[in-house]
Design a protein around this ligand. Structure first.
Ligand SMILES: Cc1ncc(COP(=O)(O)O)c(C=O)c1O
Ligand SMILES: N[C@@H](CCOP(=O)(O)O)C(=O)O
Length: 461
């Protein structure tokens, strides 16, 4: 399996190279040259298997010979051993044809753990072989950061720097990033939005002297390995609901578009996904783009679902690449226009996107009302991101079972959940002292030069 860039001008890489590279050197994102298609029997044989076994079967064709089968199985076992639920990703029914896929039983209580834990294992194995040392820089709106820190804390050959928007993540999210004591962990609060943090991260990748000098690696969903690991739970959920013999629909609370893009890959692999629904909060650029064809930024507005406060959705570039017939030059031109505020999607590409994705938006009031209503109707307490998903899913119910991704634990957002429901969800006992632990964070300007200087200075220590 080989990986190519969405902008067509970067070297073609193996899985291991793509994983260790992050952003392509032409500024694009790596995607598989071809997506393997599974037979119906392959999916049928996965029903009832453990999460780790499904992960092995789904990921194996994409990773090729990067690891021996025995080694890869060992990495998967270690990655998911710390999850707080035997099923890893349990399905819970909330209405006759509507299920939640609980993706918050990992160590940091959000879906990011599913990919970050196995990437941590795979990167460590690759580094042990090469003897290299890397510098991870990540941008987060709250959940990627803590999951990355959890996966890489304390490693001797990795420094991990996490940029989060100052004042725009929940207190639990912030403390998860600022309280780890390991010296290889660097929490950085940037003056700006998540979009600013992600833009500076991409600028760092595009500065080759810096990138090569610090051996920069990325663990955001710009890294193909992140997307791949997230494909697994779509397959796992669908086969346990009757796929391939009956289709299943998914609604995905969406921000950076990595999670729903994983669903898109699952569908390309032959998984019968009837509807793939993008659910946005009030930062609804994706919903607007699918309706109007105009992908125009108009500023991020803080919401009660802060992890989705994103306007420049990185992975949308991967979907556009396919929708434009894999024309790297066309994607480069669109991304150049985006830097100036936005672009118009061609009619042909728009029709392709609309044939694949449906979308909807959920306001602030609707988010809180959905937390209340779902608790009353099903007894399930949602986090605000899951609530955005449930509200939009309810507008797209059809004959196929609908699965809404519950992307984070409600205890990560206690203020919003309490405001909606009157219930303040407690943290799990292992995190009970989170509010007492001392915090360690550096406030940083939204300035590329200053950020690069800080990273260089810290890793030289
Ligand atoms: C809790 C939660 N829900 C939803 C999302 C949106 O996912 P994606 O950025 O993959 O679209 C995020 C951020 O990634 C998140 O942290
Ligand atoms: N919501 C995310 C934003 C970054 O997304 P990623 O999937 O590209 O890492 C977060 O919580 O940080």
């Amino acid at each position: 399996m080989r990986y190519i860039s969405t902008r067509g001008q970067a070297p073609v890489l193996t899985f291991e190279q793509a994983m260790m590279t992050g952003l392509a050197r032409d500024g694009g994102l790596y995607v598989p040259q071809t997506v393997p298609v599974f037979a119906a029997e392959d999916f049928a044989a996965m029903a009832g298997l453990s999460y780790e076994e499904v992960a092995f079967r789904v990921m194996k064709p994409f990773i090729g010979e990067t690891f021996s089968d025995t080694e890869f199985k060992g990495l998967l076992e270690r990655a998911y051993a710390g999850f707080g639920h035997d099923a890893r990703a349990p399905l819970v029914q909330i209405a006759p044809n509507h299920f939640l896929l609980e993706l918050f039983h990992g160590p940091t209580l959000a879906f990011k753990d599913f990919a970050m834990q196995i990437i941590g294992q795979m990167m460590q194995a690759a580094l042990a072989r090469s003897g290299e040392r890397i510098t991870i820089v990540g941008a987060t709106s709250g959940d990627t950061g803590s999951a990355a820190i959890e996966a890489f804390r304390g490693l001797a050959n990795v420094d991990v720097f996490i940029l989060y928007p100052h004042g725009r993540v929940s207190e639990v999210q912030r403390r998860q990033m600022t309280t780890p004591t390991e010296s290889n962990v660097h929490a950085l609060a940037i003056d700006g939005s998540f979009d600013d943090a992600q833009a500076r991260l991409k600028d760092m990748f595009n500065d080759f002297a810096f990138r090569d000098g610090v051996r920069l690696a990325g663990v955001n969903s710009i890294n193909w390995a992140r997307v791949l690991a997230q494909v697994v739970y779509y397959v796992y959920a669908a086969v346990n609901l009757g796929a391939p013999f009956r289709p299943v629909s998914f609604t995905v609370p969406t921000g950076n578009f990595g999670d729903i893009f994983a669903g898109y890959i699952a569908r390309k692999m032959g998984l019968p996904i009837e509807r793939l629904v993008i659910a946005t909060n009030q930062n609804d650029i994706l919903d607007r783009a699918l309706r109007s064809g105009d992908y125009k930024t108009d500023g991020v507005r803080p919401s009660v679902s802060p992890s989705m406060d994103i306007e420049v959705s990185s992975n949308f570039e991967r979907a556009l690449f396919d929708a434009y017939g894999r024309d790297g030059a066309a994607i480069s031109a669109l991304m150049a226009e985006l830097k100036a505020g936005g672009f118009k999607i061609s009619q042909g590409a728009l029709e392709t996107l609309r044939a694949t994705f449906a979308s909807g938006r959920c306001s602030e009031e609707e988010t809180l009302a959905t937390i209340r209503a779902t608790l009353a109707s099903s007894g399930q307490l949602l986090c605000p991101h899951g609530a955005v998903g449930v509200k939009v899913a309810e507008e797209h119910l059809g004959a196929a079972p609908m699965v809404t991704l519950a992307t984070a634990h409600p205890a990560k957002f206690p203020d919003a959940v309490e405001q909606a429901s009157g219930i303040r969800p407690p943290l799990p006992p292992r995190m009970a002292d989170l509010y007492q632990r001392p915090e360690r964070v550096t406030r940083v300007p939204n300035d590329l030069g200053a950020l690069m200087a800080l990273v260089r200075e810290r890793i030289a220590r």
